[in-house]
Design a binder for this molecule. Structure first.
Ligand code: SIN
Length: 531
């Protein structure tokens, strides 16, 4: 059923690639609508801004790698995501990819080119062909976001509000009626008949994460409070290689794509013993293998060895990865001469607000796009460099739905994903008030709901999270709201992880009956006898 109306007032929350592209597209296609774009911090502060590796897409014939096709990209996406991937979403993502790269170029995005002027394409793990576009070497997010921000700021139809934090959406008679925004210390109501949650991810759920401070699960928590269906919350991706220094900065997958290998403290490659594709296996496999290896050796980190990449041309690393060259040097490493210490870290949430392929949630007028959404496109494990593309493709499709007057809900509100098993309002334990502290929550989540899980750990996490639950109720500052959202999201994630007893993609339980149901995983017995 559709209402056949276009939005008159549209609020878009989030200024990563999905929010920026949604705002630009809406300004062009919905000229009569009032469009308000909210940035909870500055316009630049988003996961997109910090993205390194690139954006995966298959370009038109003549510009793509020999033998590549959008169908091959879709196959890789589905294979990496295991049994949970939504095939239609993966096909939409990959089929629309070339056109969305064209939109990016039209918006002025400075994608890197080879000496002959063609767009430069590189390889990343679990892709069957070089199809990763990048910008500034390893500063892809910054390059793309800067171009989109410039375009947004030139667009008179978009009202941009920075340091404007969406605390909740207003739902009346089952439909979106507005947005509540905390701005300059006061709460304001913006009337709206459509709200797009492009609020990004939730890396701040975990002690080790690659995300910026703003990634606090806001969209999932807001949608939950609005009664929207959520999905796949147990699937959180841990990136295999963050630098093992405070803050866990990301070391791009593209470094392994260029040929870097993982070593243990004995200087031996170990990924070859866990998967035939070794360092280029799907991300969940590499992260899990590293954690298993560390459990066996009792060590804190493994090493990423990029020395061979610079052997014949010492300037290669600095040219191809200027950001990482500076980052490693800042932390006292010379990666041209020594392997650098790396550990897995929380990176991307495959789960989120359940949507159809047009960003529509189960609440009329409420849309979700980008990392906040769950179309099922990434299944249980996202393929490298598919997230920037996801932001573009599904933001475009959400605006297409609005332009066509298809605002009304398409998803069944009775979906069981709305209420993951085990999540109920909880009381504080008798007579105790446990102070709520973000770092404690992050530590708890890393220990018990991280790369390797089991029922006892998940129960411990649930008990503690429930004990904390009543303490973050009376929110005032942005930090209070974020903590409340993190707590809500942590409880939902843990409940979903406890309910899924099998291992699947990034959700790995040691107490599940078999190896993960991952089509790309070979269950090789561990063969090493010593570190
Ligand atoms: C990376 O550069 O490794 C991150 C890219 C991604 O998460 O897709």
């Amino acid at each position: 059923m559709t209402s056949g109306r276009q939005p008159e007032s549209l609020v878009i929350a989030g200024t990563g690639i999905a929010g920026l592209h949604a705002a630009l597209t809406a300004a062009r296609q919905l000229p009569a609508a009032r469009i308000t774009l909210l940035a909870k911090s500055s316009l630049q502060e988003s996961n997109t801004w910090h993205a390194q590796g690139g954006i995966a897409a298959v370009l038109p014939q003549g510009q793509r790698s020999a033998g590549d096709s959008w169908q091959a990209h879709a196959r890789d996406t589905i294979r990496a995501g295991g049994s949970r991937t939504n095939t239609a979403a993966a096909e939409a993502l990959c089929q629309d990819g070339g056109a969305r790269v064209r939109s990016l170029l039209e918006s002025g995005a400075p994608l890197d080119r080879d000496a002959d002027g063609s767009l430069s394409l590189t390889m990343e793990a679990a892709h069957s062909a070089p199809r990763i576009l990048h910008s500034g070497g390893d500063a892809t997010g910054q390059g793309l976001a800067s171009a989109l921000i410039d375009a947004v700021l030139k667009e008179p139809g978009i009202t941009v509000l920075q340091y404007a934090y969406l605390t909740d959406v207003v739902v009346r008679a089952g439909k979106i009626a507005g947005a509540t925004v905390l701005m300059g210390g006061s709460v304001q109501h913006i009337p709206a008949d459509a709200v797009v949650l492009a609020t990004g991810g939730a890396g701040q759920l975990y002690e080790r994460n690659t995300n910026p401070e703003v990634a606090t699960a806001d969209g999932v928590a807001i949608a939950w409070r609005a009664g929207a269906a959520l999905a796949d919350l147990e699937f959180f991706q841990f990136h295999p290689t963050s630098l093992d220094v405070p803050g866990n900065p990301l070391i791009s997958e593209a470094v392994r794509g260029e040929g870097a290998v993982l070593l243990d403290s004995a200087g031996e490659r170990f990924m070859t013993e866990y998967h035939p594709d070794a360092e280029l296996a799907p991300r969940d496999v590499v992260s899990r293998s590293i954690m298993r290896h560390l459990q066996r050796t009792g060590e804190r980190h493994v090493y990423l060895d990029a020395r061979a990449l610079g052997r014949n041309r010492p300037e290669f690393l600095a040219e191809r990865f200027p950001t990482l060259d500076g980052l490693t040097a800042k932390h006292g490493f010379d990666w041209t001469t020594e392997p650098i210490p790396v550990v897995p870290a929380a990176h991307y949430w495959m789960g989120g607000v359940r949507t159809d392929l047009y960003g529509r949630t189960s609440v009329e007028g409420l849309f979700a796009v980008g990392e906040a959404a769950c179309t099922g496109v990434h299944g249980a494990n996202r393929l490298a460099s598919n997230s920037l593309l996801e932001g573009l493709v599904f933001a475009e499709r959400a605006v297409e739905a609005m332009t066509s007057g298809l605002i009304a809900q398409q998803l069944e509100t009775s979906d069981s994903a709305t209420h993951p098993a085990g999540l109920r309002p909880h009381e504080l334990p008798e007579g105790r008030t446990t102070p709520f502290n973000r770092h404690e929550l992050q530590h708890l989540m890393w220990e018990h709901a991280g790369v390797i899980r089991n029922s006892a750990g998940l129960e411990t996490a649930a008990r503690q999270l429930n004990a904390w639950s009543a303490l973050a109720q009376d929110s005032r500052t942005v930090r209070d709201h974020e903590d409340e959202n993190l707590l809500t999201a942590a409880r939902l994630l843990v409940a979903a992880a406890a309910a899924r007893e099998d291992s699947c993609g990034a959700h790995y339980r040691t107490d599940s009956p078999g190896e993960p149901t991952h089509t790309a995983e070979t269950s090789r017995p561990y063969a090493r006898t010593s570190a």
